[in-house]
Structures are given as structure tokens and as C-alpha cells.
Write a protein that binds this ligand. Sequence first.
Ligand code: CUA
Length: 421
Amino acid sequence: MMGNQAGGRFGPNLWRRLRAALIALAVAFALAACADEHPLDTLTEAGPDAQEINDLFFPVLGVAIIVFFLVQGAIIYLAVRYRARRRAAATAAHSDDADGDDYYGDDEYPEQVHGNLRLELAWTIIPTILLAVISVFTLISLVDLNEVSAAEDDLRVTVVGQQWWWEFQYHLDGDTSTPPDIVTANELVMPVRQQVPLEITSRDVIHSFWIPRLNGKKDAVPGRTHPWVIEADEPGRYMGQCTEFCGLSHAYMRMYAVVLEPAEWNQWVQAQLVDAAPLAPGEPGYEGQEVFLANCANCHVVNGVSDVNLDDLPDGMGDYAGANAITSALVSGAAPNLTHVASRTTFAGSIFDLYEDRAERIPYLEVAERGELNRGDLEAWIRNAPEQKANDPDGGRGMTAFPGLTDGEIDALVEYLTTLR
Ligand code: CUA
């Protein structure tokens, strides 16, 4: 409109848009803040390793901020102080300066200076000292972070990244060369105030293991095992995320560290060590078990109910399994072990809550009993997983769709899964 144009470039239109943008930005920040009670937060450490990292990070950040303002201040000062001026203003200001030192035309140059020994020595030596000091503290931190204080026969966990979820293989006696005692997915359940050494690897491409409130990142590389440690000061749920781009659903490759008091941790271990009992006709969940055996058991293991022959896996998944250094009856090589799936609080790479109530309001060990099942997401996932989370089932990466299952069969399957506590 004419009126607005008369207002020039900073007319009411622009202000209105700017105000709208600022409000939108504020709302977005507010929403982001309450999106998750356990965000990927590197600044509020919850364990000695994350503490070690922040004890290095914050002082270095402080130095970096000081350097930033010194350098930017100098640049702004020099740019203003020595800016080109109009001839009239320059000659007026320096009327005694006949040749107008402050003014340079298009073809003129200021006096050319070649080097200032003192300045150059200063801006070489000061950063060198700064970086040397930082590197010493960085090396000390790196050594500390890789220190394993746990005993040889303490718990060790092999972490296997794959497209697009995390598998955790528990070696209760600390011997990772033997088959694991417990295999679970997505939730790394661990005791509080105890260092848990990890051995991180991958079945397919490079991933990166990261639970920021507990420790830094460690790459999961196929064919290699990277040692790492993790420890938490307080019980709770700590969110983690794959941080190496690994294909379609990289962003949906999450996990949780679930930290329990020692007594609860022991209770969890004892429960996880128990195989599922095959159900007999007439028992609740029996029909679902049949659907499971006919449709799901090719990829998913339920200890005591389905045994997987690694040679029988569909094309693609066989290679997948072969890439895993540790195979056993507990590991299908392609899909999460479901023996105690109902004891977990999330599924599908921790993208969906398994229970309606925010799981952390219920003690972790009671969630299967007291939680209200998130039936909608679970059924949608079983019916058509690729629609819920991008994957590539034909290439052996992620769960396939089951368009052939009837509503009744899916209900039965869900009922069966809830018996796997
Ligand atoms: Cu796995 Cu990104």
C-alpha cells in the first residue's frame, strides 16, 4: 500500500513481520524446551566422565570468549578508526593537513607498512602458549576418559549399532569373548555409581554412540571394537542418540541409559536371565505366540520360544548377521531380542513410547505391570513399520510391513508381546 511504501524500508510492514518472526522464534524455543524431559544435554553432566569433559570445556570456552571479544573488538575499532572518508569531511577535519592523509582516492593507497616485529611475535607466542596449555589439559582428560577402573570380572556390555537401533549384550562376568548372558535393545539398563565398560561395534555402517549427560561420543565401526566407559551418579533415564550419519533413519536411532539402584539392578538382571516359557493352547497370548512364530521369529528371538538359525535368514540379513563378531542363540543378527520386550519403555530405536504414561513416572521395574500400553503406535508399527520410520526392509535394514495380518492377528500379537516381561 502507498502508506507503507511511504514508510520506507523500515515501514510498519517490516516491523510487523519482524515482530511475528520474533514471537514465532520465542514460541519455538519454549516448545523445544518442553519437548522432552531428558533432552540431549551436554551442559548438565550426570556422571564423572561427563564431568571430566565439562571441567575441560567450560574453562576453554571462557578463554575462547575472551579471545573472541579481543579480536572482534580490534577489528571493529580498526575498521571504524581507519575507514575511508569523504574528501570534504576529511579536509575539513584536518584543515591543517594539506595533503589529506586520512583520505585516499580510488587510485591511492595508504602508507604501506611491512611488518611489526613486536606485534608479530606477540600474536604468535600468546596463541602458542594458550594452545599448548589447552592441549596439555586435553591430553590429561583423554587419558582419564579412557581409564577403566572396573575390575576384570565386573559387568561389561557390548554395544552393537545397526540401522537403526542399538543392541546391548551383557557380559555379567566381564568376559566379552563368550556369548552374552542378556541381550536387549534400545535401553541400556545399568547400575548407579558403577563404571560400566563398553565395547562398541557395528553390524553394518559407522554409527556413533552418545549419551551426552554421561560421556562423550564413541564411533561404532563394523569389524572393530572401541572401548568406552559410562557411569551415572544418580538413578534416572538419560537420552542418547546416534551421532554419525548412517542413512535413512539416522535421526531416529535413539536410546536411553536407564540407571537403577544396585538392588533394583540385580532384580532386573535376575528377571532378564529367565527365558520365556512357551505358551500352551488355551493360555492367554497363545494365539499371538502362533502369529509371532509364523511371522516374526525369522528375525526376532524370544529366548526359550524361537531359535534362529543364522543360515536361514532372508537375503541381506545373513550378511548382516555374519558381520557380527559375536553370534549366539540370543542374537538373531537382524532384529531386537524380544524376550523381555514388555519390560522396556520404548521401541523402534526408542522413537516410540511403549506405554502411554510417561514411563519415568512409574518405577522402571513396574512399568510392564502398571503402565498403560501405547497400543496405537505399537499396532501401527507392527502393521507397517516402514511407514512409521523410514527404513529398507528389502535390503535387510529395518522391519518389513505385514499387510497380510488381520486386525485380530495384530491384537493377538500385541497381547502376546505384553506377556514378555
Ligand atoms: Cu546410526 Cu546414525
